[in-house]
Write a protein that binds this ligand. Structure first.
Ligand code: TXA
Ligand code: MG
Length: 316
């Protein structure tokens, strides 16, 4: 896919492509998305084909505001509280599909719920307004691989796919949206992500569990092996073997003779999250025999980073 700087003209052109059923990669504050018209089954089928994605894995529908979301889903009190606290932003809300929901069945993979997000990135906002309809968009990587946080990452993932990539710079959050289901009795986190669980708990006023991976309500997309580089990862490493690259965190790094990247010298988890996927990609391309990953504190955004690391490290 060709990369275009996200000028007004490029956004207008991309909106035109979306209306015609073609695919567009666009930036959000979390990761780049591979978008298609969510009400057009052919456009949605192109997304699954481009990603080589298992069809049972449903997609997030992106809309420009709460009013558009309300046309697609039945929001209860918790969904409204979350939407007003976190939209526009890096939160995805799962709710029962409304009876007259115009979204293609393929998007929700036959479920009676739908995942909706209002992204805050200005390019995503302008594209959604110009395209005028909901856009289905998974992360713009091939299924199971590292999510793209820069336009060039998406270009490397999606060679030979027709459409365009809007370049809006590096994503500021760097981890996918947090997915919360409000479809059951009590809200549950289906996927840890860019909104820390503690922030959601503060808004709702009670603890929110993370769904077990085999719970019936769990996100079908939570495949155990995911976000995976080609190079093996070694987690919680305190020393680095010869030939190993290092993904570091904090002020003191062990000696490393191969490539080393520090996610945050000051131990800042927000900075670490923003740099995480790009760093993993760069170390994967460094030719090291393995990547040693230093421990990341399991608090705040660290919970989502550790979730990604654990999946990325699963043996093939
Ligand atoms: O940050 C993000 O969320 C990015 C940007 C582009 O918005 N998108 C993204 O989409 O990460 P994707 O397709 O890679 O992940 C969507 C997640 C999957 O885990 C999927 O199973 C879950 O959302 N999901 C979608 N619809 C669902 C539904 N109706 N019920 C439960 N989980 C759902
Ligand atoms: Mg993804």
């Amino acid at each position: 896919m060709p990369v275009l700087p996200a000028t007004d003209e490029a956004i207008a052109y991309a909106a035109e492509l979306l209306r015609s059923g073609a695919l567009v990669v666009f930036p959000t504050e979390t990761v780049y998305g591979l978008g298609g018209d969510a009400s057009n089954p052919k456009a949605v089928a192109k997304i699954f084909a481009a990603k080589e994605r298992p069809q049972f894995n449903p997609l997030i529908v992106h809309v420009s505001d709460l009013a558009q979301a309300e046309a697609l889903a039945d929001f209860g009190p918790a969904a409204y509280e979350l939407a007003s606290a976190f939209w526009p932003g890096p939160l995805t809300i799962v709710a029962p599909k409304s009876p007259d929901c115009p979204i293609a069945d393929l998007v929700t993979a036959g479920l009676d719920t739908i995942a909706i997000r209002v992204p805050g990135h200005p390019v995503a906002q302008r594209l959604l307004k110009e395209a005028s309809g909901p856009i289905a968009a998974p992360s713009a990587n091939r299924s199971g691989r590292i999510s793209p946080t820069e336009a060039r990452h998406a270009a490397a993932e999606l060679v030979d796919i027709p459409g365009v990539i809007l370049d809006g710079g590096a994503c500021t959050c760097g981890l996918e949206s947090t997915v919360v289901s409000t479809a059951g009795e009590d809200p549950v986190v289906l996927r840890l992500g860019a909104v820390p669980r503690s922030a959601i708990e503060a808004v709702l006023g009670h603890p929110i569990p993370v769904a077990k991976k085999d719970a019936p309500i769990a996100s079908p997309g939570q495949l155990e092996r995911h976000y995976a580089p080609q190079t093996p990862l070694r987690l919680n490493a305190l020393t680095v073997e010869a030939d190993e690259a290092l993904l570091g965190f904090g002020s003191e790094l062990p000696d490393c003779s191969a490539k080393a990247i520090n996610l945050s010298r000051t131990g800042d988890l927000t900075e670490a999250a923003a740099r995480f996927f790009a760093a993993l990609r760069e170390l994967d391309e460094s030719g090291a025999s393995a990547i040693a990953v230093m421990p990341i504190p399991n608090e705040g955004l660290g919970e989502a980073i550790n979730d990604r690391l654990r999946r990325a490290a699963k043996a093939r």
